[in-house]
Ligand binder design. Structure first.
Ligand code: ADP
Ligand code: ZN
Length: 437
């Protein structure tokens, strides 16, 4: 049980060779479980003439084909599961940010393991039972709600299921309950601060908030620093996805330098999204995950479509679990404009360098006079709105820096704060209105 810096010392302090040994044992059990329990995987493995007993080393995992989001859709709702739905106690569905939703089943053991993973993450960044945890994430199908709820309760914190939105009520809870830790998506953390400003609330003076967990959507290092600055907190990056369970998959430690992925839960591979071959260590590619302790719906070599890399070197925190770099985005978020590949996060990184700008922006792609073009609208912090010359100079400078980064000259439009559309869930950063030829 928890002790000092570690919530699960027996797993968090494993050495590399101990991790490898545990992974092999769990991989063999998982492949056997899939083969025996899932008609889908039985057929897949028979199709390539691999029996569970053929998995003798971690390298043998590469003999197994990838599982894709399309496989989940084809077997909708739970044809890929390894136990009957009647033995499960919950299902979640991905929020469907990109296309049709997919369904994930959970057994009681899965829910317990998931809560343990989230508790481990929260403990790692200093949460203790005396803390008050306010979860500002959507509940319901979105795993950021119940996932953090169960994890925070497992750790023993007083947990406030505030759910998303209703910022004035959030602020009342933050003050009345003396919330010390909160979870929110990064775009909401910025919104929260704007409302505090409007109401004359100074988070350092009026709140006890110390730690913020931010995740579920890509955000840049500058955005994180901004959030920390505004709210006077330490903000930790949390990565998860419904297919793997939800939050708790990978999380930053106090070093804030990469997200430890729990290797007693998952095997990580990074592959070239085109050739599907492993990329050399330290290079960016698509994250592929194999679950090691899921009972209801284990997934083998699941292509997440998220792009990241494994950070080289050891982490001073003492955990040998590999570290993922901040997500670059999903392969399907990539904008291709005039043959150039661009990730929204590249644009965000530039924008967040400018103190004059607020946090919301929208990238619009459209066809004007038969030419594809990009417009970047970004909200201003109020105080700069009146000085026209200054605005023009600022637009020019932003355009120049964006062109240097993305090699295309976008149109930059500075707009007053509060003008861009806000969403309750993950922020929508790109709208594509281009003509399809
Ligand atoms: P959906 O796929 O519909 O958005 P999920 O809620 O399962 O549903 O979202 C998981 C996805 O959210 C991940 O695959 C990843 O693209 C994104 N995501 C989650 N956490 C982070 C994070 N910390 N940084 C960047 N992206 C993240
Ligand atoms: Zn660490």
């Amino acid at each position: 049980m928890s002790n000092g810096a570690f919530f699960n010392p027996e797993f968090e302090t494993l050495s590399r060779s101990e991790i490898d040994a545990l992974q092999l044992e769990r991989l063999q059990a998982t492949v056997r479980h899939c083969y025996e329990g899932s008609a889908f995987y039985h057929k897949r493995l028979d199709g390539i003439h691999v029996k569970p007993s053929d998995i003798r080393s971690l390298e043998d995992l590469r003999r197994i084909p990838f599982t894709t989001k399309q496989d989940l859709r084809d077997t909708y709702p739970w044809g890929i599961a390894s136990i009957p739905a009647s033995q499960c106690i919950r299902l979640h569905s991905s929020s469907g940010t990109t296309g049709n939703p997919t369904v994930i089943l959970h057994s009681r053991q899965d829910i317990d393991q998931w809560a343990n993973a989230v508790a481990r993450c929260l403990w790692m960044v200093g949460c203790r039972p005396e803390d008050v945890f306010q979860n500002m994430s959507g509940y319901g199908m979105f795993t950021g709600g119940l996932g953090f709820q169960y994890g925070a309760e497992k750790l023993g914190m007083l947990t406030v299921p505030a759910a998303a939105g209703n910022t004035l009520r959030q602020l009342k809870f933050l003050t009345d309950f003396g919330t010390t830790v909160a979870h929110a998506i990064p775009s909401y953390a910025s919104r929260l601060y704007e409302v505090m400003e409007e109401r004359g609330i100074d988070p350092r003076r009026d709140l006890q908030l110390r730690t913020l967990v931010i995740g579920a959507e890509p955000h840049s290092e500058d955005t994180r620093r901004r959030i920390e600055q505004m709210l006077g907190v330490k903000a930790y990056n949390s990565f998860g996805m419904s297919e793997m369970m939800g939050p708790g998959v990978a999380f930053e430690c106090p070093e804030q330098n990469g997200l430890h992925i729990w290797e007693d839960y998952f095997i990580v591979e990074i592959v070239d999204p085109v050739t599907l071959e492993p990329v050399p260590d330290g290079e960016v590619g698509e994250l592929v995950l194999t679950t090691l302790n899921r009972e209801a719906m284990p997934l083998l070599r699941y292509r997440t479509r998220d792009l990241t890399r494994i950070l080289p070197g050891d982490c001073p925190c003492g955990r040998a679990h590999k570290r993922l770099d901040r997500m670059k985005g999903r392969s399907d978020d990539m904008i291709i404009l005039k043959g150039v590949n661009i990730f929204p996060i590249q644009i965000e990184t530039i924008l967040m360098h400018f103190d004059e700008l607020a946090s919301d922006y929208l990238i619009t792609l459209e066809t004007l006079e038969d030419n594809d073009s990009m417009t970047v609208q970004v909200e201003l912090k109020e105080m700069f709105i009146d000085d026209f010359t200054k605005l023009q100079a600022l637009e020019k400078e932003i355009t120049r820096q964006l062109r240097d980064e993305i090699l295309i000259t976008p149109r930059v439009r500075l707009v007053p704060k509060g003008t861009l559309p806000k969403s309750e869930g993950k922020a929508v950063r790109v709208q594509d209105l281009r003509k399809q030829y």
